[in-house]
Design a protein around this ligand. Structure first.
Ligand SMILES: Nc1nc2c(ncn2[C@@H]2O[C@H](COP(=O)(O)OP(=O)(O)O)[C@@H](O)[C@H]2O)c(=O)[nH]1
Ligand SMILES: [Mg+2]
Length: 369
């Protein structure tokens, strides 16, 4: 038969009557094969509409489109003994296509590369244009090892890492650059669900543009709302989500003056933190600032007659009460809490407090049931 320039799609179709169709005539359709008198004694009497739809079905590329056309194709086949085999084959083909679509959907839901399980006391998601050093920062602040490279668009999917700030674990998430043609909706959702957004910009490149691009993106999805009263600059966002700006690549003091210029422009409206992922400059301050901004408190449980474990704080939202702390320690404590004694701020040592006493960062609590 030799090679033909015309792609032969028939080999992927179900074989009628259980044998491989003879492909003598390029372009002969499936229905023709069915209607060959020597292969099928029963006339199929397919209407012209069948042939139109079949042609569209063969040309279709997308699975969803194939499914729709196959359903339509089946509806054009007259129901009588002569078409029984054809209808059966078409229906089997349809259920195969549907099953394939179903698996694709469910596996993509389970294994979406953009889904990041939340861990630790809070989640900080990086936002930034390409090459500003987001991945380098993740590598410097956590034990994650993302790829860091001098060319843009190295990072394609969000990459989490765990940062320890004092005695609290905070999840940092490195993300793909935002200056691309297409931003995945799941990436936007990740920004939206995070506890804090860390915009990363590069002092040694074009920091003003990078900052404006990031803020504009966040504003366009209402993750930040930009106030447009007297000044419509995207530099004074009335913030919805806590936000910090890490001004990266401030490697040494020779760059401080440039950083000061940025502060004059944006410092009023935005918390700017000069850092260097490479030299490690100010990373400790960044860690501390993120911990403070997450608005959490650490409370230590003191079993009666014992010392509290200061290495294992319970992390609570600021404003949490004794009752909420008890629920964190154990559900039983929450249910049958009789009394609590607190050592810490605004109380005298071992002060008895009620269930709705508001705890402070660093408090030690003894729960009794
Ligand atoms: N001088 C300097 N270069 C850095 C710093 N952080 C990252 N880089 C470099 O900037 C380039 C891009 O870094 P990368 O982390 O891949 O950027 P990303 O695209 O934002 O993830 C790499 O060549 C890094 O070595 C820094 O603090 N100082
Ligand atoms: Mg990267």
């Amino acid at each position: 038969m030799g090679y033909s320039a015309v792609p032969d799609t028939r080999s992927t179709l179900p074989t009628p009557f259980g044998f491989k169709p003879r492909l003598g005539k390029i372009g002969s359709t499936w229905a023709e094969l069915y209607s060959r008198p020597e292969q099928n004694s029963m006339p199929t009497n397919l209407p012209p509409r069948y042939f139109e739809v079949e042609e569209r079905y063969r040309a279709a590329k997308a699975n969803d489109e194939k499914i729709a056309l196959l359903e339509e194709l089946i509806s054009t086949v007259p129901k009588h003994k002569g078409t029984e085999k054809l209808r059966g084959d078409l229906r089997r083909r349809l259920s195969k296509l549907k099953a394939a679509a179903q698996t694709r959907r469910s596996t993509s839901r389970q294994k979406s590369a953009f889904h990041v399980d939340r861990e630790g006391a809070g989640q900080v998601v990086f936002v930034g244009t390409a090459n500003v050093g987001k991945s380098a920062l993740l590598a410097a602040l956590t034990n994650a090892a993302p790829e860091v490279a001098p060319h843009p668009f190295t990072t394609w999917t969000p990459t989490p890492g765990m940062m320890v700030s004092e005695n609290v674990q905070i999840q940092l998430v490195d993300t793909p650059a935002i200056n691309r043609d297409y931003i995945e909706p799941e990436l936007i959702e990740l920004f939206r669900r995070s506890d804090l957004v860390l915009v990363v910009i590069d002092l040694q490149a074009d920091p003003i543009q990078e900052l404006e691009d990031s803020l504009a993106l966040l504003a366009s999805y209402n993750i930040l709302s930009v106030s447009d009263e007297q000044n419509s600059e995207p530099t004074s966002p009335a913030r919805i989500k806590p936000l910090f700006v890490a001004v990266n690549k401030v490697d040494d003091p020779s760059l401080d003056e440039e950083f000061e210029v940025l502060c004059e422009l944006f410092g009023q409206d935005l918390p700017l933190i000069p850092v260097s992922a490479i030299t490690g400059r100010n990373l400790a301050e960044l860690k501390k600032a993120l911990l403070e901004a997450l608005d959490i408190i650490r409370v230590f449980a003191k079993p009666p007659g014992e010392e509290p474990d200061f290495n294992a704080p319970f992390v609570l939202k600021r404003g949490s009460t004794v009752e909420e702390f008890a629920a964190k320690v154990h559900q039983d404590f929450f249910k049958s809490l009789k009394s609590a004694r607190v050592w810490g701020q605004g109380v005298f040592d071992a002060q008895m407090v009620g269930r709705d006493h508001i705890l402070q960062d660093g408090d030690v609590v003894e729960l009794r049931i």
